[in-house]
Write a protein that binds this ligand. Structure first.
Ligand code: J2J
Length: 555
């Protein structure tokens, strides 16, 4: 293979991302849903209009919009000098730090595409992300919660030949230091000649929770993502006075776009970042920075509710608490207002697109008992039975959706897309919902083979495949089990080969050493001799789940 051919392999091709049919795309532009602006331009505008307004804070590190924008431009130069160009893919795995945004916006301006990896991802996930997307660079922080990302990068680099650069925040060791890439303009400044990214092209790749063997990549365009962000800011009444506490991982779709940090930048507000998710830290930041809005998953909300009952911190600035990512129980939802003194907003969203919110003006009953309604008038939803026929109003069925910010297909996944999208372009969410008379959705279950571990999604098949790689394992089925805090935890039912008994601990260590993200390691492992089967001979996961509920064994 020649060098030229090898280089061309790494470029991202829009043709690998199924697009909206022309008529729908034209309509979305015509009515102004798609504005034809890029994420990079949103920040530039704020830097011009509100240069001295604070945009991003973590600890003592406080960036105004002007400083933020300058750092982005400096990194554009540095990345460009390194050879990162339009349509290069870059895997970004950073904790909640300001630099995450400098990196992403620099990539947006270059037309390069960040893959939104989470800090919890490990060798199996990162290697796959780099290989599948043919990433040119991988960007990390040196250490985070005791984990050595440079060591991980070393292993990835050794296995992924096409990966050219590892860029590190902190002690960079043998890799490139991000701090060396903040470059001042020279004579022929690249910024003057940079081609403007096409707003209808992919701006970033989100990673799907998945249902199959490996995660899928979700291509979000500047146009569609910014529309989702814009409508979210309206629904959540964000303004330049909003102060948003971000304790969820920055790369997650919820905290990035619903309305999330990007929503805050869109209106010129302030983001307060924290790496520490404890209520103690969150409460002190709320008081100190006068936080007005925060977003949480249900398990963290339960911790907040507990801690708030005897806190000395003043939480009175907090107006809205968004809760989403997993089902929030009505019992806990009821407590939000009396205990935290703020309005609860339920958020039922997905990285593939559709976001549902309860409105700030909705009755208490709606806010407590529903997961909201589609935020845009252009969202089309339908609730269907197993044959894809609409169910009667008020009955439970699978939610399908399409619209101006819901993808039409995953990146480079034609076979999976044929199943996950209907012929008329609706995304099959795999969520079982009930539509109320007033048009609100209640999430009642799931038909996708996934475990929602307190907002962290686990594709059963992916973990099953990893367990099957152990020589003692003959067969395995991963199911959800009820958990008081997480909502759901995971349990692996394992059939071992005869005469090869093995301990649960050994299997867990096996998965960890293979490099599987910690949240995917089964919370419990049960050894069995056979699996219950359905009438057609498939493993009956429902029966396995039920047997966990019935026996209620402590783990
Ligand atoms: C029940 N299940 C929910 C909820 C998501 C905003 C908020 C969340 C996400 C997200 C997001 C739920 N009640 N309130 O991207 O922009 C489950 C559903 C859904 C899946 C999507 C956003 N909120 N879920 O969680 O891509 O099963 O996005 O299909 O991680 O989470 O997961 P994800």
């Amino acid at each position: 293979m020649t060098v030229v051919e090898q280089a061309s392999l790494t470029k991202f091709d829009e043709r690998d991302c199924p697009k909206w049919p022309q008529a729908r795309a034209d309509y979305y532009r015509q009515v102004g849903y798609w504005q034809g602006i890029t994420l990079g331009e949103v920040l530039k505008k704020q830097a011009q209009q509100l240069p001295h307004h604070e945009a991003l804070i973590i600890g003592q590190d406080r960036w105004t919009y002007q400083v933020f924008d300058q750092k982005v431009d400096q990194l554009v130069r540095g990345f460009h000098q390194l050879g990162i160009q339009d349509r290069d893919v870059v895997v970004v795995q950073l904790p909640n730090i300001n630099e995450f945004f400098a990196v992403c916006f620099a990539l947006f301006r270059l037309g390069a595409i960040p893959v939104m990896a989470l800090p919890a991802h490990r060798r199996i996930e990162i290697r796959y992300f780099c290989q599948f997307t043919q990433a040119k660079a991988y960007i990390i922080a040196d250490k985070y919660f005791g984990f050595d990302y440079c060591q991980l990068a070393r292993e990835i680099k050794a296995e992924v030949a096409l990966l050219k650069h590892v860029i590190v925040i902190g002690d960079s060791q043998e890799f490139t230091a991000l701090s060396d890439l903040y470059l001042e303009p020279e004579k022929n400044d690249i910024l003057a000649v940079l081609t403007r990214p096409n707003p209808s092209h992919t701006a970033l790749l989100q990673v799907s929770g998945g249902t199959t063997g490996m995660p899928k990549f979700i291509p979000r365009t500047h146009d569609d993502y910014l529309y989702s962000v814009k409508v979210s800011t309206e629904v959540c009444a964000l303004s330049s006075h909003s102060i948003y506490l971000c304790s969820l991982p920055v790369a997650h779709n919820f905290s990035l776009s619903s309305p999330g940090t990007l929503g805050v930048f869109y209106v010129g507000g302030k983001v307060v970042l924290t790496k520490d998710t404890s209520p103690e830290t969150a409460f002190s930041l709320i008081e100190q920075e006068q936080v007005t809005i925060a977003a949480l998953v249900p398990p963290t909300t339960l911790l907040w509710l507990d801690a708030a009952k005897n806190t000395a911190y003043d939480l009175s600035s907090l107006q809205v608490l968004q809760v989403g990512g997993a089902k929030f129980s009505a019992e806990a939802a009821k407590q939000v207002k009396p205990v935290l003194g703020c309005q609860l907003q339920q958020v039922f969203g997905m990285a593939e697109g559709l976001v549902n919110y309860t409105l700030l003006t909705d009755s208490e009953d709606i806010c407590i008992h529903t997961q909201g309604k589609p935020m845009s008038p252009a969202d089309e939803i339908r609730v269907v039975d197993e044959e894809d026929n609409p169910v009667l109003p008020g009955e439970v069925g699978q939610l399908q959706t399409r619209g101006p910010y819901t993808i039409c297909g995953y990146y480079k996944a034609p076979q999976h897309n044929a199943k996950a999208f209907t012929a008329d372009g609706f995304y099959c969410t795999g969520d079982e919902v009930k539509l109320t008379e007033s048009g609100y959705l209640m999430v009642v279950g799931r038909i996708k083979d996934q475990i929602n571990r307190g907002g962290e999604k686990i594709a059963a098949e992916e973990v099953e495949n990893q367990l099957l790689a152990h020589p003692a394992v003959h067969d395995v089925a991963l199911v959800a089990m009820p958990d008081e805090i997480l909502g759901e935890a995971s349990c692996a039912f394992v059939i071992c080969h005869p005469d090869q008994p093995i301990k649960a601990m050994v299997l867990k260590r096996f998965l960890r050493e293979r490099g599987l993200a910690g949240y995917k390691i089964p919370d419990r492992i049960e050894f069995v001799n056979t699996f219950p089967k359905t009438a057609v001979g498939k493993v009956n996961k429902k029966a396995l789940r039920n047997c966990l509920i019935k026996t209620a064994i402590n783990y």
